[in-house]
Write a protein that binds this ligand. Structure first.
Ligand SMILES: O=C(O)CCC(=O)C(=O)O
Ligand SMILES: [Fe+2]
Length: 325
């Protein structure tokens, strides 16, 4: 197995107004190269307090270690969905827009809350406070990264922020992988690409995440001060394959549980996605994808999961390139 790691970039220059343009340019160049070669990079000095990152992980750990009955309390919010995947290799908790749930508590909630254990109510309250704090940090970091990726692609200033003007599809997914019982049954998340624009991921100190490159799976070493950023399918299509939406997976270690959480920067289902003229006719290249509405692509991915084609090579072809010309 390859022993090298994906590039790590210090993004602190983007948070300082007085920063030297040369330093920023160098970081932009490193990120561009990582997006072209890997579709993955790691960032340090990203501005999110490390205590909040590890505190969020601890919060998920507490939540996932509670009983199924206790977990049921949380979905009363409607915005949180907790589920186990069909093969029982992991469970997740999805936190969706609108993120500030407390001002919007459904009227029936308080009467339900008064009937249930006060501890659970308090715990849910604390959970949502942590979730709101981390989401607001991820949202701010996303704005910075959006600007960086926009510049890396050489697009007009503000193209991506304007394109991604609707943030209602963004979501935060907390994940808990159960320890693998046998080495030959250690799949955590099967190989996939993220569908949206890009994703930011925090993983704890337990290994498991791997990126596919040049026919090899590269493990991404866990690190508590780094965040992982990966490009999604929308950016791959807009850039006509200039930037890669890398295939990745999670392999479960046998000895221990694994926790991670990912913030997905998505686009609205109505959004039109097609290779931009800057990467096609303006440079004499033909588009590698036809245009599509994002929801159409989303539905196709769901269908392919339940009705996968017979040959594995077709599955890759279809999930990743079914929209191709
Ligand atoms: O848990 C991880 O490290 C990766 C999760 C992931 O790739 C996803 O949820 O899309
Ligand atoms: Fe993913």
């Amino acid at each position: 197995m390859a022993s090298f790691d994906i590039p790590t970039i210090d993004v602190s220059p983007f948070f300082r107004l007085e920063e030297n343009e040369e330093v920023k340019k160098k970081a932009i160049e490193q990120i561009r190269e990582a997006c072209v070669n890997y579709g993955f990079f790691q960032i340090v000095n990203h501005g999110i307090p490390l205590e909040l990152l590890s505190g969020t992980k601890d919060m998920y750990k507490t939540f996932f270690s509670s009983s199924d009955e206790e977990k049921l309390v949380v979905p009363f919010y409607n915005y949180l969905k907790s589920t186990k995947n069909s093969s029982g290799t992991y469970e997740h908790l999805l936190f969706r827009f609108p993120f500030n749930v407390f001002p919007n508590i459904p009227p029936h909630f308080l009467s339900i809350a008064s009937q249930i254990n006060c501890f659970l109510f308090r715990r849910s309250f604390v959970m949502v406070q942590v979730l709101e704090a981390i989401v607001s940090h991820f949202t701010k970091l996303g704005v910075v990264l959006e600007g960086i990726i926009n510049e890396c692609l050489g697009l007009l200033p503000d193209f991506l922020p304007n394109y991604r003007n609707d943030r209602s599809q963004d979501s935060l997914l907390g994940l808990h992988y159960f320890p693998a019982i046998e080495d030959d049954d250690n799949t955590g998340k099967t190989a996939h690409e993220d569908p949206g624009c890009f994703t930011i991921l925090y993983q704890d100190d337990v290994r498991g995440l791997e990126v596919h490159k040049d026919d090899q799976w590269i493990p991404i070493a866990p690190s508590k001060d780094k965040l992982i950023v990966n490009i999604g399918d929308v950016i791959q299509v807009l850039s006509n394959n200039k930037f890669k939406s890398a295939t990745h997976r999670v392999v479960r270690p046998s000895e221990t549980n694994r926790y991670s959480y990912a913030f997905f920067y998505n686009v609205h289902g109505d959004k039109w996605v097609e290779p931009l003229p800057q990467f096609t006719k303006e440079i004499g290249e033909s588009p590698k994808y036809r245009g599509f509405v994002f929801e159409e692509y989303h539905q196709l991915r769901i269908k392919n999961r339940s009705h996968p084609p017979d040959r594995p090579e077709d599955l890759i072809h279809i999930t990743h390139y079914s929209i191709s010309n």
